[in-house]
Design a protein around this ligand. Structure first.
Ligand code: WTA
Length: 630
């Protein structure tokens, strides 16, 4: 695939993509290997919604990630794995080896009864086997559902049950910084509440003792003994599902965002090559976890489709010290580095001495993803990591968009601190006002929508198409609504201002306030709660919880700890509130709606102008909340 190599070429490509979307994407799609070509490039409507790309095209994404590279790149390194412990050896896997290991594990899945269309859940550490197993699912046409290994047993069980998964892939334990976690124990607890899992295949990572249930649990290494390494790729329709990935919305229940084979493949490689301006021998590193969309699209699929060398890191940025990222950049001569603002802000706090120890001269392009990057962090990243010569690509996108939507193209289009800048070719963003009218012109602000389909867009929410329609396509009929607020400046550059719905973004992780409230409310002493986000120096947003207790109990520090424990059990440690305030009531309107605007202001410490509180059922509770605020 040829990439855009100049600003004028970007403009030309953009215009082509708007004036003739089918012609534009036909050209891009033609660079992949298809088992049979499509009849029609695009068929769509946004009411139901019903979007079909490369209609009747047949392919397997793993043939494009692996097989097609073997002739000329078989010995090239596909994956470099960097372990949590720097004293453990890194592992390099060539395209030949990766192909073989994917085929072997695909055969393990087949041996255990997996079929095309089955859902397979992966709950694993950041080890090469996670990437291998993900691709093995795609090889046989099973739908992978990767669940981040920081989620609790309850959250895992909910996700397994929602998608009726029949196989669970996990490990004995995982290493993360100084911690060792027993994943298998968590999986066992989850499986007590699941009755669709026939096989649980367990990878040995930590070597710790685990329970193995007869008839259900199998060792990964034993299963590999039983297979050979030939596995034909399942022929998939372009619109067959490739994966589901659960993400939070404004209701309590996470939804399984579903992506389909053909369109996702085309856009993953297109966006990867163009945004990062990937060149043949570049070493590329995205620090995300494969449990999130960034890991799916830009650790596994985008780079492997491009035949790139992609680094997978098992650990955390601060272990054994805050120089770890930079040590790895030096060690593997990383050219393209992609991380989250929360990591940048966390490392910023450690000063620059830990950076100066390392040679970062290989870096060309730096990326940012997951949340708005504040100007200070942007400047710090540009100066101290990029040494004022690297491009920073601030990439805006979502689990639902499958790939990067708005971003500079490194070294090609302009960058501007805190701005995601311009849409990629093929992407037609627009801003709408609260009445749903499109806001024209520049120097404007509104809600961010997309008015034309793109190949990697969400197709449905697993098992509940109506929900997909309601959440994304009903607020502004005829448009996909992102849930984000956005400005467009005088140059036409986009700047994402944050969520406009009840979703908060904590360290780049999306969390529904309702989801956290449901977690808190599981504590026996809690009657009701309301959760809002507030600005947090490192996490971007912190979680502030207002909690009403049963009248028979007193609020204490111990009780706060218990509530945090409940949330950890219900969702996972990432959802733990940073602050808990016990209150006797919540500011509700006469119709019972909580006025979150007031709670947000109090959490932000800005009580000077709370706006109109006259519609509240009991305006007195506001003063009590202000007095008790932290
Ligand atoms: C936010 C992550 C500002 C946004 C890929 C979006 C961003 C949500 C940026 C999606 C960015 C992501 N600038 N905000 N560059 N990137 N966001 O689904 O609010 O985990 O709606 O996907 O993160 O989060 P998700």
């Amino acid at each position: 695939m040829k990439k855009i190599d100049s600003f004028s070429e970007y403009n030309r490509a953009y215009e082509h993509s708007v004036n003739d979307p089918e012609g534009f994407w036909e050209d891009v799609a033609s660079t992949f290997s298809w088992q049979s070509k499509w009849d029609k490039v695009l068929d769509w409507e946004f009411d139901t919604p019903n979007v079909n790309w490369f209609v009747n095209g047949k392919l397997n994404i793993t043939e494009n990630c692996l097989d097609r590279h073997l002739a000329d790149k078989g010995d090239k390194i596909a994956i470099i794995w960097e372990p949590n412990d720097p004293n453990e050896d890194a592992i390099s896997i060539t395209y030949n080896e990766l192909h073989q290991r994917v085929c072997e594990f695909a055969n393990v899945l087949l041996n255990n009864g997996a079929k095309k269309g089955d859902r397979i859940c992966l709950y694993m550490p950041m080890v090469p086997e996670l990437a291998i197993a993900t691709l093995a699912c795609a090889r046989i046409g099973a739908i992978h559902s990767v669940v981040f290994a920081g989620f609790s047993a309850k959250a895992l069980a909910d996700r397994i049950n929602d998608a009726d998964c029949n196989i669970l892939l996990t490990s004995d334990g995982l290493f993360r910084g100084t911690k060792q976690l027993c994943l298998k124990d968590i999986a066992d607890e989850a499986l007590q509440h699941c009755n669709t899992i026939n096989a649980c295949i367990v990878l040995q990572r930590t070597g710790q003792d685990v329970n193995m249930t007869n008839g259900r649990d199998l060792w990964w290494h034993d299963e590999l003994q039983k297979v050979n390494h030939h596995c034909d790729a399942q022929i998939m329709d372009s619109e067959d599902p490739l994966f589901v990935l659960y993400t939070s919305g404004s209701t309590g229940k996470p939804k399984g965002v579903q992506h389909h084979c053909g369109g996702y493949m085309v856009y993953a490689e297109y966006s990867f090559r163009n945004v990062f301006q990937y060149e043949e021998d570049d070493v590329y590193w995205c620090t995300a976890d494969i449990g999130w969309i960034t890991g799916h699209s830009y650790i596994i699929y985008g780079p492997l489709l491009s035949g790139a060398t992609t680094i997978m890191f098992e650990g955390v940025p601060t272990y054994p010290d805050a120089g770890r990222f930079w040590e790895i950049c030096e060690k593997h001569r990383v050219n393209i580095f992609y991380t989250a603002p929360t990591a940048i802000r966390a490392l910023q706090a450690y000063g620059t001495e830990v950076i100066e120890k390392y040679d970062l001269s290989s870096l060309k392009t730096l990326g940012s993803v997951g949340e708005p990057i504040n100007e200070e962090a942007w400047d710090w990243y540009y100066k101290n990591i990029g040494k004022e010569k690297c491009w920073i690509v601030d990439t805006w996108w979502q689990t639902e968009t499958g790939g990067i939507m708005i971003s500079p193209l490194a070294h090609i289009t302009k960058m501007k601190p805190t701005f995601a800048t311009l849409p990629l070719p093929g992407i037609q963003p627009c801003l709408v006002d609260t009445d749903g009218n499109e806001i024209q012109g520049n120097d404007v602000e509104g809600n961010l929508c997309v008015k034309f389909p793109w190949p990697s867009m969400i197709r449905t929410t697993y098992g509940d198409h109506e929900r997909c329609k309601q959440v994304y396509f009903s607020t502004y009929p005829g448009k996909y609504f992102t849930g984000d607020g956005c400005k467009r400046d005088q140059d036409g550059f986009y700047r994402i201002t944050g969520r406009v719905d009840d979703v908060i973004n904590v360290s780049g992780h999306r969390m529904g306030t309702a989801e956290v409230e449901n977690g808190i409310n599981e504590h026996v002493s809690v009657v009701e709660s309301a959760v809002v986000g507030y600005p947090h120096d490192i996490k971007g947003q912190g979680i502030y919880a207002y909690v009403i207790l049963d009248s028979s109990v007193d609020g204490s520090e111990d009780l706060k700890k218990e509530i945090l424990h409940t949330v950890t059990t219900e969702i996972g440690p990432i959802a733990k509130p940073d602050k808990i305030q016990f209150v006797s009531g919540l500011p509700k309107t006469r119709s019972g709606k909580i006025m979150r605007r007031i709670l947000r202001k109090v959490a932000e410490g800005d009580t000077s102008n709370l706006g109109d509180t006259s519609t509240l059922l009991d305006p007195n509770v506001v003063q009590e909340i202000i007095n008790g605020a932290q």
